[in-house]
Each structure stands twice: as C-alpha cells, then as structure tokens.
Design a binder for this molecule. Structure first.
Ligand code: ATP
Length: 375
C-alpha cells in the first residue's frame, strides 16, 4: 500500500534554511529511490513549511505562532533545523527559544541524542576505540531546570532563583522510553546520570530509574540482561572523555543533557555531526543538536550532516510508529549515503579545519545516495 506522510518543516534562522533545503531534497529522493524498488509499497513526503523563530517574530510578532504549532501537531512528524538569533530578543532582553517552547507545547519529554562515529570523520581522541563510539544520550526535555511551571525569579538586583522540577508523571515516561530504546538497540548498559548525592530531586530521579529497570528487565525474561547502573554527572563528564566506548544508553535530566550532549558531539567531530529527536506520546520533532550558528550563516560553511541524520531519524521513527518498512529503508539509505560520502576521509568539513563547505557535503551525500545499490 502506498503512503504519503505529512511533514511539518521549520527552517528557522541562521544556518537553518541553508541546511533544511538540501535535507528535504535528500529525504524526498531517498523515499523515491526506495519506492522504485517496491512500487506497491511506495512512500512520499508532503512537506509544509511553517513560520517560527526570530524572523517570524520580526515579521509576525510571535516567535512560535499558534497556527504553526497546530499545523505541526497535526503532521505525521516535524523537521526543525535551528531557531533564534542573539540579535533579535524580547523587549526584556531575553533570547527567543521557540524550539524549546515547541517541546513544552507538544510535551516532547524524551530527547534522543545518538552519538556515533562516522567512519572517515576524525574525532579528538587518539585511542583506536574512538572510531567505534556508538551510544545514545536520552535527555529529559520538558522539565528539570528548564521547567516552565517554575519560572526564574529575580529578587531586586540582589538574588536570582531557578527551580529544578522532577515529576513522576514525566520521569516514568522518560525511563520507559529509555528502556524501550535500550531493548531496540540490544543495549549492553543503561546508565542514569544524576547528582543524587547532593539533591533530593536527583535521588528521586534515580529511584524512579531503578523502578523502571525492574519493570523492564522483568518483562524481558531471563535472556542476557543489560547492566543497569548510575553515575554522577561530574564523573560522567570525565568518563565520556576517557572511555566513551564503555557506554551504550544513558539518561539524564534536561540541563545535564543539554551540556553533556555538546560534550558528546565533540567526541565525533562537532555539533555538525550530532542529530537528535524530541519525542512525546503523539508527536516528534527531529533537529540537529546545534543552534542556528549565526556566526557562519549565509557563508556556505555549515556542516549539514547532523540535519541529514535528523531527517533519517524522522524516517526511522515514522517506520516504527506507523509500521512502514519503506520509511525504515529510506532512513537507512540516508545514513548509508552519509557514511559512504565521508568514508574516504577526503571530505573534511570547515568545523574540523577542512575546506568542505555545505554544498560539498550535500553533493557528496547526494551522489552516494544515487549510487548505493538497492536490491
Ligand atoms: P543554541 O544555544 O541555540 O544551541 P549555541 O549557542 O550552542 O546555540 P550554536 O549555534 O550551536 O550555538 O553554535 C556553536 C558554535 O558551533 C558556533 O561557533 C557555530 O559556528 C558552530 N556550529 C554549530 N553548528 C554548526 C554546523 N552545523 N556546522 C558548522 N559549525 C557549526
């Protein structure tokens, strides 16, 4: 049976539009190539561009227009590049963060951040094992230190207060998603990252992690069980630098996840290589881990790889949630094309000190996608 998926697209600000356009082209082409091999089960993507971000704020007066949210909610999946511009702010001086507001609007509690070394892309570690880094960081994405129900408080010019919120309702869903992902990956280790020795909120977080472990490992029967453990965020920052290959699936609070995911992206070449998904019960947003990088916008220097891999994750998620084998194959085709493009080591992106700009990467991935033999 042929399927068409409705994809809401936020091309955003800064480097957003430059990396979104080639990503959409690749996603459509991947679907087309897969469909040609099995026309009875063809898939296509109907993409609708929606307004949000700093540019939208300037022209419409709203960083995340209600209409855009509702159209995104109704779509099968949402592709988002990056939003915000430090030069365009609310009257009180704070930066626009519509991409974070969208997570709250759609209740996207599970931030999935896969970190995988792409063969041919050099990372900063000299150990041979760093060529095979492959783990996923799950970042809780709607509460923790970012919780909107506990806004920042200023007491005159003397004191500032932030509140960290951990709820059972969200944590249980987060841990269920984490253990489901671990099962899917056949993970050998699932690690909770916290600061339970100092903050009761993190002790609570860890307690619920182990409750989920009991639920999930019991339901997995007596076959080989993964290691389930925990670590403090400070030592994890060290371990991720010294032995990232020892980890498989990790789960943590929003702020810790925000920081650790940048560190983790550094292990595989930089922000331009790290895709992500923010998943809720009914919606999911796919976007690169990086921001709108206004410093390099419009110069053709951005690395679009993280965006391409986010597009691949979107297709894989559609495959899983809508039982569509063709979408899984299209997602894998993009990942294979990215790997093939970088495999020789000739493609060296600007963020790694090379000369390969946005178009060079796009062309190489596009060519690889054309040339991969599909059976
Ligand atoms: P945000 O807070 O919105 O996540 P940020 O402050 O972390 O944003 P980014 O926009 O992610 O900042 O950029 C951080 C640095 O990384 C910038 O110097 C930028 O040039 C670089 N960078 C980010 N994304 C890419 C990319 N895709 N390709 C090349 N360089 C990038």
């Amino acid at each position: 049976m042929s399927k068409q998926f409705q994809i809401a697209v936020f091309e955003g600000d800064g480097i957003g539009p430059e990396i979104t356009q080639p990503c959409c082209e690749l996603m459509k082409k991947a679907c087309q190539r897969i469909s040609e091999t099995d026309p009875d089960n063809s898939i296509s993507l109907a993409m609708t561009s929606l307004a949000a971000g700093a540019k939208a704020y300037q022209s419409l007066g709203e960083a995340l227009p209600k209409d855009s949210v509702e159209q995104a909610r109704a779509a099968d999946a949402i592709l988002l590049s990056a939003m915000g511009d430090p030069e365009i702010r609310y009257p009180d001086g704070t930066e626009l963060t519509p991409q974070i507001d969208l997570r709250f609007e759609l209740s996207l509690y599970a931030g999935i951040r896969p970190i995988r070394s792409i063969p041919g892309v050099p990372g900063p570690l000299s150990d041979e094992r760093s060529k095979h880094i492959d783990f996923v960081l799950v970042r809780e994405s709607i509460e923790g230190l970012f919780a909107p129900q506990a806004p920042s408080k200023m007491i005159g010019d003397e004191q500032a207060e932030e509140t960290l919120v951990i709820t059972r309702a969200v944590s249980e869903k987060l841990f269920d998603a984490t253990f489901a992902l671990a099962k899917q990956r056949n993970a050998k280790r699932i690690t909770c990252i916290d600061k339970a020795n100092v903050f009761p909120a993190f002790a609570f977080f860890r307690k619920m992690f182990y409750e989920a472990a009991t639920r999930h490992t019991n339901s997995q029967g007596s076959s080989a069980q993964p290691v389930v453990d925990h670590a403090y965020v400070d030592i994890m920052s060290l371990n991720l630098l010294t032995r990232p290959w020892d980890y498989d699936v990790m789960v943590t609070e929003n702020m810790f996840g925000d920081i650790l995911s940048d560190l983790a992206a550094g292990l595989i070449g930089g922000m331009g290589y790290a895709p992500s998904a923010d998943i809720g019960d009914s919606n999911a947003v796919f976007q690169p881990c990086h921001g709108s990088a206004p410093d390099i916008a419009g110069k053709g220097l951005a690395n679009p790889t993280a965006m391409f891999l986010s597009g691949a994750m979107l297709l894989e998620w559609l495959a899983e949630t809508q039982q569509c084998e063709a979408a899984a194959r299209a997602g894998k085709l993009i990942v294979d094309a990215v790997d093939a493009a970088f495999a020789t080591g000739e493609l060296k992106t600007v963020e790694l000190g090379g000369q390969s700009g946005l178009n060079d990467v796009y062309k190489a991935v596009d060519e690889a996608l054309d040339n991969i033999n599909l059976i």
